[in-house]
Design a protein around this ligand. Structure first.
Ligand SMILES: Nc1nc2c(ncn2[C@@H]2O[C@H](COP(=O)(O)OP(=O)(O)OP(=O)(O)O)[C@@H](O)[C@H]2O)c(=O)[nH]1
Ligand SMILES: [Mg+2]
Length: 258
């Protein structure tokens, strides 16, 4: 039986959310925080930086770190993004490896080859939780999950395996409980009201980039960068000037519509 709350030790530490692009890592971060902090789009490689979000769960404080999707890089930016994700995984107390149910598939589900490759690159002794996201896509075929989870367990040892739907807020609480149990016993590292270490300006630039990605097609999002030139908090309104940079003149025409 679990001891009463006042006798349970406080736990705190970092948990890195790592996985292929587009599996729902940022959606998971936001669901755990109950805040729309990280940007989310249907386009792969949306997240470009580490994003910290501090979650309180029972007797634990979890420093969740969202990371760029691991992919085969075609540019310097891509290589930097992969390095960032791998460093976050190595430095964390717990690795939260996220995979997702593919669209229109519910029979003979098997771990994606790329997931297997990535998992084999991780230190086998690290504490890892497997998260299978997008289980809402299974509809009534939930029984297809079991063989998938078993096949993942053959790839490496996981401290916990948690199917979730980050989009529907299904399984998030259970996941946070599993992560909490794996954190070291220690006091909180952050103040009670601390959410993230990034400044508001960073999120302002991210929200502009999110809109550019949502409004344009495949090729453009990867070459877009946004910088905030002015950020002035007024009494009633905040004035923000942002510059959107892209790689080619043709892209500029698509973004501004002329
Ligand atoms: N059906 C379904 N879609 C989801 C779920 N979670 C995320 N998505 C969608 O999957 C797409 C990618 O989500 P993100 O959270 O941006 O994925 P990511 O892993 O952070 O992607 P990168 O930052 O590019 O690596 C978005 O269209 C989300 O709405 C889920 O539980 N179910
Ligand atoms: Mg993301």
């Amino acid at each position: 039986m679990e001891p009463p709350a006042e006798q349970r030790p406080h736990r705190s530490g970092t948990a890195a959310i790592v996985g292929r692009a587009n599996v729902g890592k940022s959606t998971l971060l936001n669901a755990a925080l109950r805040e729309r902090l990280a940007i989310v789009t249907p386009t792969p490689q949306t997240t470009r930086d580490r994003i910290l979000g501090v979650v309180r769960h029972g007797d634990a404080q979890i420093a969740l770190v969202d990371t760029p999707g691991l992919h085969r890089p075609k540019s310097r930016l891509g290589r930097r993004m992969n390095t960032m994700a791998r460093d976050a995984a190595r430095e964390a107390d717990v690795l939260v490896f996220v995979t997702a149910i593919p669209k229109n598939a519910h029979k003979d589900l098997a771990p994606a080859g790329r997931d297997v490759e990535l998992l084999q690159q991780v230190d086998p002794d690290s504490r890892a939780v497997l998260v299978v996201n997008k289980i809402d896509l299974l509809g009534k075929h939930r029984s297809a999950l079991l063989p998938l989870l078993e096949r993942f367990s053959e790839v490496r040892r996981f401290s916990a395996v948690v199917p979730i739907s980050a989009l529907r807020d299904d399984g998030i609480d259970l996941l946070l409980s599993e992560i909490s149990k794996l954190l070291p016993e220690r006091g909180p590292a952050y103040d009670d009201d601390f959410l993230t270490d990034r400044p508001v300006r960073f999120f302002a630039s991210e929200y502009v980039r999110e809109q550019v990605i949502l409004a344009t097609k495949q090729e453009i999002p990867h070459s877009v960068a946004v910088s905030i030139e002015r950020f002035e908090d007024g009494e009633k309104v905040t004035h923000i000037d942002a510059t959107v940079r892209c790689a080619r003149d043709g892209q500029r025409k698509i973004i501004i519509g002329k």
